[in-house]
Design a protein around this ligand. Structure first.
Ligand code: DGY
Length: 426
């Protein structure tokens, strides 16, 4: 790509970020998602840092200002009133001073903060801001292993599909059958006013999402009870890999900042998690698989959640196999990495996390593959991501077969990732 084409795309990406900037946090996109989302914000901060480092730190600090006393960082912070989104604060009723949801999201903050710190132009600012965030992120990591890994297995479970970020993945279908729908209070969805219903989760899935919210609300959002009380407990390799990478990054950051206790605790979490991940590996699929903690069985579903572990320091042979899996997927999809294997009859090219390509996931996979020396596979992912932007703009997600833009438009984290791809192309 010529320098002027690169500069043009970056300028357009910055426009999207500025358009969605609310001052101290950024909304994922106007209309569909009018509040602050946890992992959106952490990845968005990387894009913000390219033109305003102080603003990038603020993005993550605003999120952590709403951390719960037990250490959890909620998946949504409802900073302002807006009736364009369901389920809003009146459904969650978590009783927090500023309304938040009551579940969490992928723990990408440790990774993002380390990356901001390492790349900082203003080192004094970075030291000050990173030092203040360090114990908060550490508390979140501790919370994960205490409440979502009660038997100390080294892997945490999600208790609601929204926690994974991959809301309607095929991975959850069987386990989700156990979630009842009786007693769900009447509701009106708002997402389908902003996005094509054929690109979103189904009504039946929404009933189950809301049943879980009501169930946890009935337990007073007491995290000491929620894991065991949830009929949905799934160990997602992608979710765990993000936490493991974040723990390793936080350990390095703590070391650089002179906090040896936080460094040691996070190093130990990452090592234990990496060893435990081996139980999720499937030779047959050439990737990791989810585990249903209630049945104790692995879930035979080849989703991108099982490729995302490339983001963590997995064994060399596993990274190599994941690079080969990406190449195999590239033979069946014009754009990689599809969120589900197109060869699976359950694949749906347009429906949210059942097939479409997401640039945040591409970013994390290509980052890990490049670090492991799989530059061809990493470059293929970067190239697909940039082709999608050029052809289809800053969409929420894309059809991997046609490149059609799907879901919400003018999407913040897509824009942030594009800046990352262009400035740090692997
Ligand atoms: C939604 O509302 O679509 C979100 O993914 C839940 O966080």
């Amino acid at each position: 790509m010529t320098a002027s084409a690169t500069n043009d795309i970056i300028a357009r990406a910055v426009e999207v970020l500025k358009e969605n900037d609310q001052g101290a946090y950024t909304v994922p996109t106007k209309g569909l998602y009018p509040f602050q989302w946890n992992w959106d914000s952490c990845l968005t901060a990387l894009g913000l840092a390219h033109y305003d480092e102080a603003r990038a730190w603020t993005e993550i600090e605003t999120l952590f200002a709403h951390q719960w006393p037990d250490g959890m960082v909620p998946h949504i912070v409802f900073h302002v009133w807006n009736d364009g989104y369901f389920p809003g604060p009146e459904v969650w009723r978590t009783g927090r001073p500023t309304a938040t949801s009551g579940i969490t999201q992928p723990a990408v903050a440790g990774f993002a903060v380390r990356r901001l710190f390492d790349r900082a132009r203003d080192k004094t600012l970075a030291r000050e801001r990173a030092s203040a965030l360090l114990p908060k992120i550490d508390a979140w990591h501790r919370w994960f292993y205490e409440t979502r890994d009660p038997k100390g297995e080294g892997l945490v479970a999600i208790i609601h599909p929204w926690e994974s970020g991959r809301d309607n993945s095929i991975d959850w279908d069987d386990a989700f059958e156990r979630v009842p729908t009786e007693g769900v209070e009447p509701y009106i969805r708002r997402d389908t006013l902003h996005a094509d219903p054929a690109h979103r989760p189904t009504r039946e899935q929404y009933d189950r999402y809301i049943w879980l919210v009501q169930h946890f609300r009935g337990l007073g959002w007491d995290n000491a009870r929620l894991h065991d009380a949830s009929p949905f407990q799934v160990v997602d390799p992608g979710f765990n890999a993000i936490l493991i990478r974040a723990a390793a990054d936080l350990a390095d950051l703590a070391q650089a900042l002179g906090d040896t206790a936080i460094a040691a605790a996070n190093r130990a979490r990452a090592e234990k998690g990496l060893a435990a991940m081996e139980r999720l590996w499937s030779d047959a699929q050439g990737q990791y698989l989810c585990l249903d903690r209630i049945t104790g069985k692995r879930i035979d579903s080849a989703s991108v959640g099982g490729i995302l572990p490339a983001f963590a320091a997995i064994p060399t042979a596993r990274a190599q196999a994941l690079a080969a899996t990406v190449e195999r997927l590239a033979a069946n999809a014009r754009y990689v990495v599809p969120s589900h294997d197109p060869g699976d009859p359950r694949f749906d090219a347009k429906r949210y996390w059942r097939g479409p390509v997401w640039l945040v996931v591409n970013y994390m996979i290509s980052d890990g593959l490049a670090a492991a020396g799989h530059n061809d596979a990493a470059r293929r992912i970067t190239q697909s991501s940039l082709d999608l932007i050029r052809e289809s703009g800053f969409a929420e997600y894309y059809d991997p077969l046609t490149g059609e833009p799907l879901g919400g438009g003018r999407f913040t984290w897509t824009a942030a990732m594009v800046i990352e791809f262009l400035r740090h192309a692997s």
